[in-house]
Ligand binder design. Structure first.
Ligand code: GDP
Ligand code: MG
Length: 793
């Protein structure tokens, strides 16, 4: 206990920061954990402090036990006295009332705690498909992740989605097979599932002492076998039901479980040997001489770490976090196997390859704002990860993404869920919260005011009035990919006094959530809110009405369509205007054409070499500027089609015959405006069509109800069934096996599906839905939608 405190203080001193002070003041008597700390103690003086930092996330299918596991981690780290349970609605991580009510985690919260002399920044990620942007923004700043799999249901649909997302970001992962206490829990089957469905190479590090794969009734849950150390691990629930007491006993030949552990160790060594040469050398060396049992634990750990960091394999741990079993070994594995910021490729190398400033060597501050939460008292809280330099309190920051606006940090915080602690600086590699920034959005890059990349890219004064002043300057870290919105609804203040609070609340929510969009319907003057799904907008509505107490009415939830040219069409456009006493002029020809096979738009801008005489040494930069301005003009026009103002998709835009009327007149702004208007003309001439979102829906349903679900899907919902299989989650009740139905359905017919499905199946079915694309509508349907939206057609 004392030892833990002292180690933590040493770590804090080494990083020059307060480390989890609050946690350690509240520490509960965790004797066994202290022992743990001693066992794995890493000398603090010799090591780079950054190597003792872990930025990690927990990713899983909803209900796999993410929140429950996190709560246990915080408890064992000495942070909370009592263990909160999701079912009681009192957990620390799910702190928004909307989340507590739903029992799911919606907003990522970054939380800091200590374990074994390391500092962990844990980013909670939501499991619901409507919140993929939340997952995405978290991935962007993670160095490693824990994936939780339910031991009964195995690898579920959403786990596959987030696993693929993590692969895209090359994030090393550990797998925790949870709910090992449940009837039907089967760890061998879970491991096979991991291999088959995630195409991962599992390295099983701990197995239950009861042997076999399936947990049979009455099998002891407290006794486990550590394959790496060949020890028995006992979670002494009888001594302390929070599971804080963990005992380790060396396994002796002849002990029950010795043979099982030895077999598992052999498998582990073999799996490692396939991908890691150093472990082969150890294995064949004189000391080990081909005996799996004699491979030293430290060598195994090192090999597991190498395999994990290179994403060639994932360690698998087992437990039941709800029963307080298995969480400390998971925490140990996070330290032992997940990367420190120093183990990861530099994010600075990940800037846009087109960005010439990427190579600038400057170790001053570069930070990435990965999340904004607008707190009622504190104002916007900007969660950042520092990639270079140090962020000090009261520092002026340049927001490179938003044209170089300057904002001053007033305070820095470290978050313990919703409880902050003020800190003096956020060091490189760390995550923290900046207060005082009013305009910073999720995905922005923040720079030191003297950062070298700013000097070379500062727009000159002359250009400044003409270029879009939100254009990015300086070094840019990759932003966050935000998928286009598919649902929208109108929102209206209840009375004139309510307009301002509503407008402010909406502005704050868009700062927080880049997947939430607010637009004004030009014809009706209505404010429209659009987002990723019905649940997404419901959560926004609940937050506005219940948490923020805004008096407003929300209209019917509707799907968001796309617009596409019906056929090729061309327009020629001359843009000529007086702006601030100066005349500006540009002209070009724009052709639009439908693309059948890809939803993405393509924009080609063709500017002949001879168009403009470059000023001496211009090096083509003026042509580049025109090219960029035209492409920007077209791209922003693509956001609003000409039928109902929905975004344009499946469209190829070609710009040609660009004309130049001299430096002073043909400014980038003129080209930008001209491109937009020429595009609108061409689109109008192309008999544009509406496209509707198509959702891929996966329904898990007991066989007894599948008939009514199918007839509803095929009937009123106009769905197309793609497959109908038995679930591989082996149902215990063989008379009523679970079926998995996958169908493609127009999203418009799926509004309110969760309650419909509940009544069709007496609450026994679950479903998930993901918009996979946009499909054509019949002329009749299109007329119907136009009529509903415009009141005429
Ligand atoms: P999340 O959606 O991934 O955050 O999952 P939660 O932590 O909210 O857990 C979902 C449900 O599973 C809750 O009812 C938990 O009590 C339950 N649960 C979590 N872990 C376990 C476990 O180890 N065993 C059992 N039997 N239930 C668990
Ligand atoms: Mg949760």
């Amino acid at each position: 206990m004392l030892l833990r405190g002292r180690l933590a203080a040493a770590a804090a001193a080494a990083t020059g920061r307060h480390l989890c002070i609050r946690g350690f003041l509240r520490i509960s008597p965790l004797g066994a954990v202290a022992l743990h700390t001693q066992r794995h103690h890493i000398a603090t003086d010799a090591v780079d402090p950054l190597s003792r930092v872990r930025n990690l996330g927990i990713i899983a299918h909803i209900d796999a036990g993410k929140t429950t596991t996190t709560e246990r981690m915080l408890h064992y780290a000495g942070f909370t006295r009592t263990i909160g349970d999701v079912d009681d609605g009192d957990t620390i991580m799910d702190y928004l009332p909307a989340e507590r009510e739903r029992g799911i985690t919606i907003q990522s919260a970054a939380i800091t705690f200590g374990w074994r002399d390391h500092q962990l920044h844990l980013i909670d990620t939501p499991g619901h498909v409507d919140f993929t942007v939340e997952v995405e923004r978290a991935m962007r700043v993670l160095d490693g992740a824990v994936t939780i799999v339910d031991a009964v249901s195995g690898v579920q649909a959403q786990t596959k989605t987030v696993w693929a997302q993590a692969s895209r970001y090359q994030i090393p992962r550990i797998i925790f097979v949870n709910k090992m206490d449940r009837d039907g829990a089967h760890w061998r089957r879970s491991v096979r599932d991991i291999e088959a469905k995630l195409s991962a190479r599992p390295l099983v590090l701990m197995i239950p002492e009861y042997g076999g794969g399936e947990r049979l009734e009455g099998a002891a849950l407290e006794r486990w076998l550590d394959v790496v150390t060949m020890e028995r691990v006992v979670f002494d629930i009888a001594a302390d039901k929070t599971g804080a007491t963990v005992r380790r006993e060396e396994l002796e030949l002849g002990d029950a479980g010795f043979a099982a552990a030895a077999a598992a160790r052999e498998q582990l060594v073999e799996a490692l040997a396939e991908i890691d040469q150093p472990i082969v050398d150890v294995f064949l060396g004189d000391d080990v001489d081909g005996d799996h049992l004699r491979v030293p634990a430290a060598e195994l750990r090192a090999a597991i770490r190498r395999a994990t960091l290179s994403s060639q394999a994932s360690p698998v741990l087992l437990g039941a976090s709800f029963r307080n079993i298995g969480v400390q070994p998971l925490l140990d594995a996070i330290i032992d196997y997940l990367p420190a910021p120093t183990d990861r490729p530099s994010a600075l190398a990940k800037v846009d390859p087109k960005d010439k400033h990427a190579v600038i060597a400057d170790d001053r501050l570069v930070a990435f704002a990965f999340k904004v939460i607008v707190d009622q008292q504190r104002g916007p809280m900007v969660f950042v990860r520092v990639y270079s330099g140090t962020l000090d309190a009261r520092m002026t920051l340049v927001n490179g993404t938003q044209g170089g606006i300057k904002e001053r940090a007033t305070k820095l915080l470290q978050m313990y869920a919703d409880t902050p602690e003020e800190i003096g600086s956020i060091a490189c590699g760390h995550i923290g919260v900046v207060l005082g920034l009013k305009q910073t959005k999720t995905g922005d890059t923040l720079l030191h005011p003297q950062h070298a990349s700013l000097k070379s890219s500062k727009p000159s004064n002359k250009k400044k009035t003409l270029v879009d002043d939100t254009a990015a300057v300086g070094l840019q870290l990759h932003g966050i990919d935000v998928p286009p919105p598919v649902f929208f609804c109108a929102v209206e203040a209840d009375s004139p006094q309510d307009v301002r609070p509503l407008t402010e609340a909406l502005a704050n929510m868009t700062l927080e959530d880049p997947s939430l969009h607010i637009t004004q319907d030009e014809e009706t003057g209505q404010t429209l809110l659009s987002g990723m799904g019905e649940l997404h907008l419901e959560v926004v509505r609940d937050r506005m009405l219940k948490d923020l107490k805004i008096n407003a009415s929300f209209g019917q939830m509707r799907v968001s369509y796309r617009e596409m040219p019906g056929h090729d069409a061309t327009a020629e456009f001359v843009y000529a205007k007086e702006i601030a006493g100066k005349s500006v002029k540009a002209a070009m020809r724009v052709t639009v054409a439908p693309i059948a096979d890809s939803a993405a738009n393509a924009v080609d801008v063709d500017i002949p070499e001879s168009l403009m005489d470059e000023p001496s040494g211009g090096g083509g930069s003026q042509r580049d500027a025109v090219q960029t301005a035209i492409a920007e003009g077209v791209r922003s026009a693509l956001y609003r089609g000409t039928l109902l103002g929905f975004p344009v998709a499946h469209t190829r835009v070609r710009v040609s015959d660009v004309q130049f009327f001299g430096d002073e007149v043909s400014t980038p702004a003129a080209y930008r405006a001209c491109a937009g208007q020429a595009f609108f003309q061409a689109l109008k001439l192309s008999s544009p069509q509406l496209l509707e979102p198509i959702a891929r829906t996966t329904i898990l349903c007991p066989e007894s109800h599948i008939g009514s679900v199918l007839s509803d899907l095929n009937g009123v919902r106009k769905g197309r069934v793609l497959s109908l299989d038995d679930s591989d989650a082996e149902s215990l009740d063989s008379t009523n096996a679970t079926k998995v139905l996958v169908a493609e359905v127009p999203l418009s017919t799926m509004v309110g599906y969760s309650s419909a499905l509940r009544s069709l199946t007496a609450g026994s079915a679950t479903f998930s839905m993901e918009v996979t694309g946009f499909g054509p509508m019949t002329a009749q349907q299109q007329q119907q939608v136009l009529k509903e939206s415009l009141g005429y057609c």
